[in-house]
Design a protein around this ligand. Sequence first.
Ligand code: COA
Ligand code: MG
Length: 310
Amino acid sequence: MTETEKLRSRPKRLRRCQLSVPGSSEKMMTKASALELDHVFLDLEDAVAPNAKSAARGMIVEALNNLTWTPKTLCVRINDVETQYCYEDIVEIVTGAGEIIDTIMLTKAKSAHDVMFVHLLLDQLEQKLGLKNRIGIECLIEEVEGMMNVEEIAACSDRLECLVFGMGDYSASQAMNLRSVGGDGGSYPPDLWHYPRYKLTIACRANGLDPVDGPYANFRNEQAFRTECERGNVLGMVGKWAIHPSQIDIAQEVFSPSVKSVEDARHQKQAYAEALEAGLGAINVDGVMVDAASVRILQNIIDKADLIGM
Ligand code: COA
Ligand code: MG
């Protein structure tokens, strides 16, 4: 296997939308279980008050075991390694629902060591419990230290599947002057998040990980949410969080290629294959130049469409 093939051999999951659901809310977990979307994560971190965290672990285990889940990927978000909660979050969730969850999401990672703590604990638990499925790690980059070390973090563990840019904590960590999570930069046009999104996306792509964009708190502003989705999508991110059900369909739509673009990509790829047979390296397909580089871009669209089943 070449290095590139190894990178691409990680589990392939859709992450057009990841819905955050407070693990202390039985009502919201029940609601989330019936929603059509790619990915849901049950939260033990910021959506759960400190005095509710211990009980929330049990509630999450119960919800994972007893509900029928429509979302394709099931994840639990845990507290960071500098808290008293982290190890017990992992032990209790994996012991109670290790066969059901696909991934664990680590918060506030600052360095590769933080991710390796989770990685090694999962090694031990999987051995002890005899779990058949290997549990993946998703990791939030939301501290300035994490953003500085994002390249080393992205490369550190073969359990890692995705990095999420968490702009809420990130803006606090950088002491940005903002009023709401994920909101625009006001007098900082056109896109306050350009640099961290771009940086994280490069680190992900170089290591075969999915780059995901974090929350937008003002959930009644659907147009602004759509704009944020479009910005991430152009950069090569695969999806965005939803903190409210009203955001799901927008993210799922924006991060899906259009039917027309998939048809065009398949058509152009076919035309290019025929051109190569005829000894041509660059051709005109309906007024668009197609060469080897454009076929790589087209292949990204086709791969995504295949994963979605389009
Ligand atoms: N997951 C599942 N269901 C949710 C949900 C979520 N994230 N957010 C809202 N709902 C449900 C509500 O329970 C309500 O259900 P109902 O119609 O059966 O009563 C319905 O969707 C509509 O919700 P609405 O009344 O508009 O919002 P709310 O005031 O109940 O909740 C928030 C607003 C922000 C408190 C809530 O959306 C929330 O807790 N979001 C997640 C926060 C989070 O996870 N933060 C951490 C990551 S950034
Ligand atoms: Mg956070």
